[in-house]
Design a protein around this ligand. Structure first.
Ligand SMILES: [Zn+2]
Length: 270
């Protein structure tokens, strides 16, 4: 992969664990890193409950509040199969190509959890079965059909696929001529990432540094310099479970690529 100036970039996966992904992007620019972050949050479509048809609601909560709670239940988005309502041939956004019905029927006394949502497509089930929706007292009933559709995070937070953030790679420089290995910086570091070994300060885990500069300010001999490298970024992706985290990044890059391919066509029309 190359950035806009033809400089080859590097990606190194640091951690991949279920819904979490951590990678280091090198030889890139802050603008490019932020483009990936913004595209991942705004332009990756996932399924979320978008409309609710209530048949019975005897609970203490208004229909609108229950609909809002249902919208926030993350649903598994199959990687192939659904189209955006705006791109579907049907006019209402209610056909099987662009929507999924999730039926819910419950009677109190009970706590209604997300596991009670029964989808018309088994692949589109809630990510977690134990998200509380509403509590029903004895004799109270709740019956509804929730309609899930694809949408974008730029329209509503319910369509955000997760949390995507990055920070500049920290750089810690120690001047051996000025450092007397007094250990003040080791005690001052709030992340406890420094240690003194053989009268030299060493960094135990650089990725844990938040560039707070406490060590730099504590050092009486001014032997430490701390800064963020604006060409190297530590990305952290935490998916809601709707899509695998690597798919979120790949789809974000697809969306960026599509926009850059569109741009010259628009310029030629000028
Ligand atoms: Zn449709």
């Amino acid at each position: 992969m190359k950035d806009a100036f033809g400089v080859p970039m590097q990606i190194e996966i640091k951690k991949r664990d279920g819904d979490e992904l951590e990678f280091v992007l090198s030889d890139a620019s802050p603008a490019f890193a932020n483009s990936i972050r913004r595209a991942a949050l705004r332009d990756v479509p996932i399924l979320a409950i978008d409309e609710v048809e209530f048949k019975v609601n005897d609970s203490a909560m208004y229909d609108e509040i229950i609909a809002h709670r249902l919208a926030m239940v993350p649903l598994i988005t199959p990687q192939k199969g659904y189209v955006l309502p705006g791109e579907c041939g049907c006019s209402e956004g209610r056909c099987e190509k662009c929507s999924v019905d999730l039926a819910l029927k419950a009677e109190g006394p009970s706590m209604v959890f997300s596991e009670s949502l029964k989808p018309s497509d088994e692949q589109v089930r809630p990510v977690s079965s134990s998200i509380p929706i509403v509590k029903l007292e004895s004799g109270q009933r709740l019956e509804l059909v929730a309609i899930a559709r694809l949408g974008f995070g730029r329209e509503h937070a319910k369509w955000q696929p997760g949390v995507i953030a990055y920070k500049y790679m920290p750089v810690l420089e120690f001047n051996p001529k000025l450092c007397n290995a007094c250990g003040d910086c080791v005690k001052a570091c709030p992340r406890e990432i420094l240690e003194v070994v053989e009268k030299k300060v060493r960094v135990k885990d650089l990725s844990q540094c938040t560039v707070c500069k406490t060590c730099m300010e504590t050092c009486s001999t001014k032997a430490i310099r701390v800064y963020g490298d604006p060409t190297k970024f530590i990305f952290r992706v935490e998916s809601t479970g709707s899509l695998p985290p690597d798919q979120i990044i790949l789809k974000a890059l697809d969306s960026l690529q599509a926009r850059f391919e569109e741009f010259p066509k628009l310029v030629k029309k000028l």
